[in-house]
Design a protein around this ligand. Sequence first.
Ligand SMILES: Cc1ncc(COP(=O)(O)O)c(C=O)c1O
Length: 441
Amino acid sequence: MTPEQIKENHTKFNLQSWSRQEGINPIAIKSGEGIYFTDYDGKTYTDMSSQLVNLNVGFGCKPIIDAIKEQAEKFCFVGPSYACESRSKLAEMIIKLMPDNMAKVFFTNGGADANENAIKMARMYTGRKKVFSRYRSYHGSTFGAGNLTGEPRRFPLEPGVPGFVKFFDPYIYRDNLPFKTEKECTKFYLRRLREQIIYEGADSIAAIVLETVTGSNGVIIPPDGYLAGVRKLCDEFGIMMICDEVMAGFGRTGKMFAFEHFGVKPDIVSFAKGVTCGYVQLGGVAVSRDIAAYFDKNVLQCGLTYSGHPLACAAGVACLKYYEDSNILENVNKSGKVLGELLEEIKIRHKCVGDVRYIGLFSAVELVKDKGTREPFVPFGKDPEGKMGKIIGKLKAKGFMTYSHENMILICPPLIITPEQLKEELVKLDEVLSDTDSEIP
Ligand SMILES: Cc1ncc(COP(=O)(O)O)c(C=O)c1O
């Protein structure tokens, strides 16, 4: 096909996610290498979002490609009830990376169905029905995961599933609470959550689901003591703590799993994205020893034709091995430090930047109309003039590819990016933000 045909067919025959279909103008990608990809006109772009915060090892990671080929030569598929080397190996590798209370993995196709199965298991294990999750969250777009999701991508599913309860996020910047310390804010948020648990009937709640570090809704990092406090509430009321590590897991934050930063052990962990970096799609749910033991005696009412697809598991084994062999966490922390410093400078320099949040190579720039009032650059859930899209377009013209959500620009480059590459790219962001400053009275 010619590049024109590829683009034409894309718009003519594909329905593209989360988009009004009219006017879509995709880049036709010819090739990719490391953090860069190239279109058919020879223009090169830097992948500053790791595609959908999943292509953590960048394009063209040879060991993963070879592992997929090798598995394909043996067999491409065998059903989930057969023992298969890549599946057995990957499950063991994942459990060994997890805290010592975790025991077993149920594999899924991606993040949404990981969350679907996570809440299903929590409901079976506890015998309770209600599920708590937060407003500023994204947990996937299937029916259950979409009902867990708090942000406007939930709206098409409304009125939704009874018993899915939303609570407020510990979003310190936007709440602008009248407290002096983070700890005091944490106390406030936990007190409200405890109250809500009681009002909803504590013994009807199966699980509290949280993105350990909120991702696409703006890299909201839990304040000091918050996750430990949620853990305590879960223990007090017999509620399962489910950490959604779909985006934050597998090195993104500088630790293998984001909950490691906060000293908590969840009961259930959902994961996807970085487990294979999208070389083949895969997700999963890891469960504690207690939950695993429960399913020794009770039927696990979960199943997917492609649970633990051999090709995906082969990619996963190679991917996790690559993380280890390449000391990926060391690079995330080294480059992440530089990213943080550059973002702090950007925050000082630009009047359109209200806040910058970062942990490892997971970051967001929050744009405002006024630094004093913190009024968002675009209203919540709306951008009638397409202002954020224009900023993303200007970045794209400079070869800096990422996406925005609400009034936030996500910057989540592949975990292999070097400090030098980051510096080069952030100059482009700085230039575009200077343009944005000039739009603010
Ligand atoms: C935190 C989180 N959970 C779940 C999902 C859904 O994953 P998937 O798109 O693989 O279904 C996403 C996707 O971005 C996510 O960021």
